[in-house]
Design a protein around this ligand. Structure first.
Ligand code: ATP
Ligand code: MG
Length: 353
C-alpha cells in the first residue's frame, strides 16, 4: 500500500479545531483510494513559545525534513507578537525548505454568496502565484537618527534574478498546464523605481520562451479593483511576495469568506517537503467556539494530495466539499451563513466521500 509521512502542525486557535477534520478526510479518502496517511504530530504554537521562549525547538527544521509534506493549521495568537510567531516558525520553514512558490486557488464554491452581486460560480476561478522567499519581506534596513527630528526608517526590498526568474518560470509552466492560460503579472513599474521595472523586464524576457501563453501586465492598484469588478478576466496571476500576499487574501475575499481558502507553499524541485495551510489565521475572535469553517484546511489537504501524486483523491475531496456546500440543508458554519459547527461540516464531508 502506498504510504505517506505527513508532519501535522495544528498551531494556534482555530488551527487546532479545523485540523482534526482535515485528518479525518485524509484517512477516509486514503482508504477509498488505496493509500495510507501516517501523521506525525508536532505541537508547536504560541503556547510553546510562552513555555520555552521558542515557537519550535532548535532542531525543528531537522525534525520536519524527512516528511513527504507538512500540513499546517494556523500560527499566531494575541499576546505573542506576530513577528515572533512568523519568524519563529512559518518563515524559517518556507525558507529552509526553499518553498519558493505560494500557490493559491481562488474559486467561488457552490452555495457561497460573494459580497459583490452578479458573480456566478464560473466567474471566479483563477490562481495566484506568489514569490515566497524574498522581496519586500526582508530584514534589510533599520532605523537611523532614532529619537531625533531626522528619524528615518529604511526597509529594503531585494530581488534576485534567480528568485525572480524561477517564480516567473513556475507561473508560465503552471499556466501551460491549464486549459485557459492567460498569465497576468502584478507590477507597479509606474511608481516603484528599481524593482518593478526589473520584474517587467524579466517577465517580458521569459515570456519569449512561452509563445503559447498569453500575457498581460497590470499595476497592483488597478489589479485589485479588477479582482473585485471583473474576476473572470484572470486565469493565473503572478506577483512578488508583497503583491502576491495582498492578492491572495483579496481573491478569497471576493468569494465571500476566507474560511474556505487554501494555500500551498511549494518546493517544485521536491528537494524538501512542501507545506499546505489554510489562508486564514488562528481567528482568536472565534477560537474555542467550535464554529470555524474547516474547508480551508480540508482544501489545503486536497492540494497536498495533488502534490503527492494522488490527484484523483484530491479531486474526490473537492467533489465531496462541493456536493455538501451545494446541497440544500447542508450543515454550514456561521461564516457561510449557517449555524452548524466545525465538526458537523467535517462529518458531512467525510460522509459525502
Ligand atoms: P493572520 O495574521 O494569522 O493571517 P488575521 O488577522 O489575518 O490572521 P484571521 O485569523 O485569518 O485573521 O481571521 C480574520 C477574520 O476571518 C476573523 O474575523 C475570523 O473569525 C474569520 N475567519 C478566519 N478563518 C475562519 C474560518 N475558518 N471560519 C470562520 N471564520 C474565519
Ligand atoms: Mg491574514
Amino acid at each position: 500500500m502506498r504510504s505517506y509521512e505527513i508532519a501535522v502542525v495544528p498551531g494556534d486557535g482555530i488551527g487546532r479545531e479545523v485540523m482534526p477534520q482535515a485528518l479525518r478526510v485524509l484517512d477516509r479518502v486514503g482508504a477509498e483510494h488505496g493509500f495510507e496517511m501516517r501523521f506525525d504530530h508536532f505541537d508547536w504554537s504560541c503556547e510553546t513559545y510562552r513555555k520555552t521562549g521558542r515557537m519550535m525547538p532548535a532542531d525543528g527544521i531537522e525534525r520536519l525534513r524527512d516528511h513527504d509534506s507538512i500540513l499546517l493549521g494556523a500560527v499566531g495568537f494575541p499576546g505573542v507578537p506576530d513577528h515572533i510567531s512568523l519568524w519563529g516558525l512559518l518563515i524559517p520553514i518556507r525558507r529552509e525548505f526553499d518553498q519558493y512558490v505560494s500557490l493559491r486557488p481562488v474559486r467561488l464554491l457552490p452555495g457561497l454568496t460573494p459580497p459583490v452581486r452578479g458573480h456566478a460560480p464560473g466567474d471566479i476561478d483563477f490562481w495566484v502565484v506568489r514569490e515566497n522567499t524574498e522581496g519586500e519581506y526582508s530584514r534589510l534596513g533599520g532605523r537611523q537618527g532614532e529619537g531625533t527630528e531626522h528619524e528615518t526608517v529604511l526597509q529594503v526590498s531585494s530581488f534576485t534574478r534567480r528568485a525572480t526568474d524561477r517564480i516567473l518560470r513556475y507561473a508560465f509552466d503552471f499556466s501551460r498546464t491549464l486549459n485557459r492560460n492567460r498569465l497576468t503579472l502584478a507590477t507597479k513599474s509606474n511608481g516603484i523605481y528599481h524593482s518593478m521595472p526589473y520584474w517587467d523586464e524579466r517577465f517580458a524576457q521569459i515570456s519569449a520562451e512561452y509563445p503559447d501563453v498569453e500575457t498581460e501586465k497590470e499595476h497592483i492598484d488597478i489589479l485589485c479593483a479588477k479582482f473585485v469588478m471583473r474576476p473572470q478576466n484572470f486565469d493565473v496571476v503572478v506577483g512578488s511576495n508583497l503583491f502576491g500576499d495582498i492578492l491572495s487574501d483579496l481573491g478569497p475575499g471576493v468569494t465571500g469568506t476566507i474560511g474556505v481558502a487554501p494555500s500551498a507553499n511549494i518546493n517544485p524541485e521536491r528537494d524538501h517537503p512542501s507545506m499546505f495551510e489554510p489562508v486564514h489565521g488562528s481567528a482568536p475572535d472565534i477560537a474555542g467556539k467550535g464554529i470555524a469553517n474547516p474547508i480551508g484546511q480540508i482544501w489545503s489537504a486536497a492540494m497536498m494530495l495533488d502534490h503527492l501524486g494522488e490527484a484523483e483523491a484530491g479531486a474526490h475531496v473537492m467533489r465531496a466539499v462541493e456536493s455538501v456546500l451545494g446541497s440544500d440543508g447542508a450543515p454550514s458554519t456561521p461564516d457561510i451563513g449557517g449555524r452548524a459547527g466545525t465538526e458537523d461540516l467535517g462529518s458531512a464531508i467525510v460522509d459525502a466521500l
